[in-house]
Design a protein around this ligand. Structure first.
Ligand code: ATP
Ligand code: MG
Length: 410
């Protein structure tokens, strides 16, 4: 086969048992978010590139290196969305949601695109489920999102640590930034080339570098929490006090920053020590709505990386037991009637399209992992019965419709 018919690098098919993992993750997240009053928003996959340049930040890896950008027929610069927050903020303002309610809780789900080097859990097209709260400055909203992250992990039985930090605001961040730049100059000899270049332009990102030498160089870097203004300090203190009242395990990581410029105050991540990667990440972005022309609106959110979680779950959604109906002869409409008996009983039921004798059919039933086969031949049709065979035990019996019903009830 030529390359032409392979998916492009970093773009992957999700199939077989992975689909079940994928669905289980999205099912758990959607159910939790909906039960917490988050309303779904379906966003376009394409936006003007500028939306991401201005929100995520021009000096970030995502914008500089990872965006899929193209021009349309009129020469406009568009981008495949690399994340969902910028689009949600755009939609919030464009649809004037702020005019209808004092605060909003929204969630989205779908593919994101980043031109990254593919590896396990890192793709060029991947999926996120994200939650955003607009219009709440109270740290209770930070608490709600962090608890939701804990609950998602809990329900999926994934072991991860939730880390939190505070990055301060417009008032207090500049002093921290200046102190960090000073520090980075003192360890410049140990920084990787990329960090050397970004230490003055985007110094916080150096803290997020995955290079070993950089990780070592920053261990004694100044901490943003030591520079917080009174309001930010109070916000962070309250959040931690609320967290103490719950039984959620979390740890403070004073070097936690995020790869996007728009964050203020609280940032948080769920990190898998086993995989040494981030699974879920988020934080506050109190200025973003205003910067995009909306009214001043404190906001915050998180995004779940679906493929990352898929690496850590092995039990897919519980399977229904599977009944394969095998018709023999001219029994088509009778087979449909038999299939009706299973509808609404929480069982999976299918009529086999496989042609051939009993042996072939049973081999096929094994291959597709049927739990039972339901043999429907002309004799069964005449008697108004079916032959039910348990594929595990090999036992079989002939049952009337009434007997099937009582069998299915136990
Ligand atoms: P990382 O540090 O792993 O590159 P990030 O800081 O770029 O992650 P965010 O932009 O915060 O990640 O995205 C939130 C989540 O989306 C991540 O925690 C991760 O689970 C997932 N994610 C990000 N990039 C990818 C990717 N290329 N492939 C698969 N999942 C991804
Ligand atoms: Mg990244």
């Amino acid at each position: 086969m030529t390359d032409k018919f392979q998916a492009p690098r970093g773009f992957h098919d999700i199939l077989n048992s992975d689909i079940k993992k994928f669905r289980r993750i999205t099912h758990v997240c959607r159910e939790l978010l909906e039960s917490h009053g988050f309303e779904e928003i379906i966003l376009p996959v394409v936006e003007f590139a500028q939306l991401f340049e201005k929100s995520i930040g021009e000096a970030t890896d995502i914008v500089q290196k990872e965006m899929f950008v193209f021009t349309d027929r009129k020469g406009r610069k568009l981008a495949l969305r690399p994340e969902g927050t910028a689009g949600t903020v755009r939609a919030y303002i464009q649809n004037r949601l702020y005019a209808f309610k004092p605060y909003h809780k929204l969630f989205y789900e779908g593919p994101m695109f980043r031109y990254e080097r593919p590896q396990a859990g890192r793709y060029r097209q991947f999926h996120q489920i994200g939650a955003e709260i607009f219009g709440v400055s109270d740290p209770l909203a930070d608490l709600e999102l962090i608890l939701l992250i804990g609950e998602i992990l809990n329900r999926l039985e994934i072991e991860a640590v939730i880390e939190i930090n505070s990055l301060g605001c417009k008032k207090c961040r500049p002093a921290y930034r200046a102190s960090l730049v000073n520090y980075l100059h003192t360890v410049a000899g140990n920084l990787c080339d990329v960090c050397l270049e970004r230490k003055d332009r985007n110094p916080l990102r150096v803290l997020d570098c995955k290079e070993k030498t950089c990780k070592e160089a920053i261990v004694s870097a100044p901490k943003s929490v030591d520079f917080l203004c009174q309001e930010c300090s109070e916000h962070y203190r309250k959040l931690k006090a609320y967290l103490q009242e719950t039984n959620l395990a979390y740890r403070e990581n004073h070097l936690l920053v995020r790869g996007l410029d728009y964050y203020t105050r609280t940032v948080f991540e769920a990190v898998s020590d086993k995989l040494d990667t981030t699974l879920i990440a988020g934080g506050r972005y109190d200025y973003l709505v205003e910067e995009f022309g909306g009214p001043p609106t404190p906001a915050l959110g998180f995004a779940v990386g679906v493929e990352r979680l898929m690496l850590l779950i092995d039990s897919p959604l519980k399977d229904y037991s599977f009944y394969l109906i095998i018709p023999f002869g001219e029994v088509h409409s009778y087979a449909l009637k038999v299939a009706e008996q299973f509808k609404g009983t929480g069982r999976r039921v299918e009529i086999s399209y496989r042609k051939g004798g009993l042996k072939k059919q049973l081999e096929f039933a094994n291959k597709v992992k049927a739990d039972y086969v339901v043999i429907v031949g002309e004799r069964e049709m005449k008697e108004g019965k079916v032959t039910l065979k348990d594929m595990k035990s090999g036992q079989q019996e002939t049952l009337s419709f009434e007997e099937i019903q009582s069998f299915l009830r136990c």
